[in-house]
Design a protein around this ligand. Structure first.
Ligand code: GLU
Length: 422
């Protein structure tokens, strides 16, 4: 098992799926070499003066996969296990995601190899500012627009925005999305990815003649995406039976009180392993993933639905809130078992869609109401779901293949029509 997870290469995984989708969708492969490789990979070394006076050098990345359909777009992740292969895969998925959502962006991703929980706020701020300084020549409101991702948030974006604006000599809100509303962020952006996961789930259920009310849901991961999805599921009448964080998982057969759990998690440093309430039991991550439910939502990192887990899941559907949670081998097993998977590049696109709305508001110097943002998000996601569903019927393929076909058709068409420079 340990051997398998170290061998897992997310970029190879992404390329394999793209190749298969091109095959199934009869897409011209002439441009594939261009599409599979990022346009630029940048690695930076970031010295930071630590609180104890020592100097540490951190590694950072920005991979710009494609800007054929519009500026590069994608989050910044802080994680101790981050690798170039992972950032590359994440940048590919951003290009595909923006194409599926039909928003005028390409794809990129960045990150720093660090466990942010080991740094003080001052150290984290210094590291974020130094990283922004290092990639500043590459980013900008119409070149490459970062956003939050795993372990980064609106505070991180405020530091990125300020550093960039200082260098640029003027406030430049359009350089990042997912920033605080007070600094030009959009209402509804913080919960947008989680909201999109719930929208995807209800579109899927509708196709099966079902509704969210009473649907049993399990969510792996209570970061920004998982926690917001849990709250919105809960308020729409779904029964969230199990959730987890890095410390462990909790389960209640009658449904968890998500408001109580959210309030508990609000205290900095609190972990689910210490949560206690009537009827709640503590279980392992594997037990959580293989608990009986209607919808399983992996909302943590890549490579969580492995072959082993895929054989044992007891859900009716999987809705991927994380990027790349399911391996290609696991996908085959789920297909054989008749478990539909709503893929990441559609299911978690709510974040980048509202990032797009934020950027549009910044450029036009407008502010929109939350209800307007939420209903526009629902409208865009419904439209792209219909596009994916029609490809599912056209080729009799999985939702993942269909989403990839939808995206690759757009990317290949854009490559073909512009031609190769020079
Ligand atoms: N990090 C998010 C994602 O993976 C959002 C990206 C963005 O808003 O640019 O989709």
């Amino acid at each position: 098992m340990a051997c398998k997870s170290t061998m897992y290469d997310p970029y190879e995984n992404a390329v394999k799926v793209m190749e298969e989708a091109m095959e199934i969708g009869h897409i011209n492969k002439a441009m594939f070499e261009i599409i599979k490789n990022p346009q630029r990979e940048t690695k930076v070394y970031l010295p930071v003066e630590m609180d104890d006076g020592s100097v540490k050098v951190f590694e950072g990345y920005r991979v710009q996969h494609s800007n054929i359909r519009g500026p590069f777009k994608g989050g910044i992740r802080f994680h101790q296990d981050i690798s170039l292969s992972e950032v590359k895969a994440l940048s590919v998925w951003m290009s595909l995601k923006c194409a599926v959502a039909n928003i005028p962006y390409g794809g990129a991703k960045g990150g720093i190899k660090v466990d942010p929980s080991t740094l003080s706020k001052r150290e984290l701020k210094a590291l974020t500012r130094r990283y922004t300084f290092a990639i500043a020549p590459l980013i900008g409101p119409d070149t490459d627009i970062p956003a939050p991702d795993v372990n980064t948030n609106s505070q991180t974006m405020a530091w990125v925005l300020d550093t960039y604006s200082q260098l640029n000599g003027k406030p430049t809100p359009g350089v990042v999305t997912g920033k605080p509303v007070e600094l030009g962020g959009s209402r509804g952006r913080n919960s947008a990815t989680g909201r999109g996961v719930v929208i995807s789930s209800s579109l899927l259920l509708k196709d099966y003649g079902k509704e969210l009310k009473g649907t049993k849901v399990i969510i792996q991961g209570m970061g920004n995406v998982g926690a917001n999805a849990a709250r919105i599921f809960y308020h729409r009448g779904a029964e969230v039976r199990g959730v987890s964080d890095v410390s462990g998982a909790i389960y209640c057969p009658d449904g968890l009180d998500i408001e109580d759990i959210s309030a508990f998690l609000e205290t900095p440093g609190s972990l689910l392993k210490d949560y206690d309430a009537k009827g709640v039991v503590h279980i392992t991550n594997k037990e959580l993933l293989t608990s009986e439910c209607d919808i399983l939502v992996p909302a943590a990192l890549e490579n969580t639905i492995t072959e082993e887990i895929a054989k044992e899941v007891r859900c009716k559907y999987i809705v991927e809130a994380a990027n790349g949670p399911t391996t290609t081998e696991a996908d085959l097993i789920l297909e054989e078992r008749g478990i539909p998977v709503i893929p990441d590049i559609f299911a978690n696109s709510g974040g980048v869609i509202v990032s797009y709305f934020e950027w549009v508001q910044n450029i036009q110097e407008l502010t929109w109401e939350r209800d307007q943002v939420n209903s526009m998000l629902e409208g865009l996601m419904t439209k792209s779901y219909r596009e994916i569903a029609s490809v599912v019927s056209e080729f009799g393929c999985t939702y993942r293949m269909a989403a990839y076909i939808v995206a690759l058709r757009k990317l290949v068409y854009a490559e073909e029509i512009k031609g190769i420079f020079p």
